[in-house]
Design a protein around this ligand. Structure first.
Ligand SMILES: N[C@@H](CCC(=O)N[C@@H](CS)C(=O)NCC(=O)O)C(=O)O
Length: 212
């Protein structure tokens, strides 16, 4: 299987964490969407041009980070970390926290992060204000949940693969140290080899982007 991704893309990191947790072998294909030529070449593979993308050995395209994780969980059910519980209610809990992480953390984090990199006359202050408000609301909700839970949905799951990447970026974009349970959860995530591997690929590129 080929895995198209970029080390600093949060949705790529989410799927990459899952591949590593499951111990799935894959052929990495790094895509640089900042390069117009690379973007055109990638859109010939996947017209929507979004990463991550898994391409199965028979050429079937498997886009969308959550769908990729569901696929590898089903395909490699017996190996590595189980990322979706078998109990229906527990599985729905993992899926809804996955949606929470994408919608309440990852999307608004991206809005704030990328807006800050735009020229001043192309910025969207109202949209950024809304994004901060969404993150604050999400953090309060998450912090209350983590007061009683080690991971987002029972055992470590799909949902934790989703939450880990935006939490890394939010440390700088919208610091959350006042949310003690989220901070402790972020430290627990740092104990997972999958997260450390994802970070070790991303950090040098991020540091170079931010000017060291
Ligand atoms: N819902 C998608 C979101 C993927 C996504 O937006 N990826 C970003 C990188 S983190 C991307 O490809 N951006 C390029 C673009 O929008 O042109 C998923 O979960 O995979």
């Amino acid at each position: 299987m080929k895995f198209f991704y970029n080390p600093i893309s949060t949705y790529s990191q989410k799927a990459l964490m899952a591949l590593l947790e499951k111990g799935v072998s894959f052929e990495p294909q790094v895509v640089n969407l900042m390069s117009p030529e690379a973007r055109t070449a990638y859109e010939a593979v996947y017209p929507l041009g979004k990463i991550p993308l898994l391409v199965d050995d028979d050429g079937t395209l498997l886009p969308e980070s959550s769908a990729i994780i569901e696929f590898i969980e089903l395909r490699f059910a017996g190996q590595g970390t189980r990322l979706l519980p078998s109990d229906p209610r527990a599985a729905v809990e993992a899926r809804r926290w996955d949606r929470f992480a994408d919608c309440m953390l990852n999307e608004p984090m991206g809005k704030i992060f990328f807006d800050g990199r735009r020229p001043a006359d192309q910025r969207d202050p109202a949209g950024v204000k809304d994004a901060f408000a969404t993150v604050q609301k999400g953090m309060a909700y998450l912090d209350a949940h983590l007061a009683k839970n080690t991971w987002l949905a029972g055992e470590f799951s799909l949902a934790d693969c989703s939450a880990a990447p935006p939490l890394l970026y939010l440390k700088n974009v919208a610091p959350y140290e006042s949310f003690k349970n989220v901070t402790a959860y972020a430290s627990r995530l740092l104990e997972r080899p999958s997260y450390l591997k994802v970070m070790s690929e991303a950090m040098p590129i991020l540091k170079a982007m931010m000017g060291g």
